[in-house]
Design a binder for this molecule. Structure first.
Ligand code: FES
Length: 116
């Protein structure tokens, strides 16, 4: 399985997402990482309502209180640990999780095997 280096664990701060580009099935895509307590999550940066990024290219994905992810286009609210849309036009759908591994303080995307 191919891996793609993303960032160092120490550079992933609580309440701030880190975006990254990757290619899957020959298609350029964008993902983002977030630290939620002692857990790290990663999702494809695509809303489940329409195939648009959650942000406007400005890495503004967390809500102001940093408790949820929000789609800036129509306001869908997602639960960070599960990716589940709690409120909005895609309620009940989930963000596409990406598999990330941690080795010696470095975070790697497992490129070829997304889940969900
Ligand atoms: S595109 Fe995200 S809620 Fe509509």
């Amino acid at each position: 399985m191919a891996k793609q280096w993303l960032t160092r664990v120490t550079e992933l701060l609580e309440g701030v997402t880190v975006k990254f580009a990757y290619v899957q099935d020959g298609v350029p895509r964008e993902g983002f990482l977030a630290r939620i307590g002692d857990q790290i999550v990663a999702y494809e940066n695509v809303c489940r309502h329409l195939p648009l990024p959650l942000d406007f290219g400005d890495n503004h994905i967390f809500t102001q209180d940093r408790q949820y992810f929000a789609c800036q286009t129509h306001g869908a609210i997602y639960e960070p640990l599960t990716g589940l849309c709690l409120h909005g036009p895609c309620a009940g759908a989930s963000l596409k999780p990406l598999r990330v591994s941690s080795e010696n303080g470095e975070l790697w995307l497992e490129v070829l095997d997304t889940i969900g």
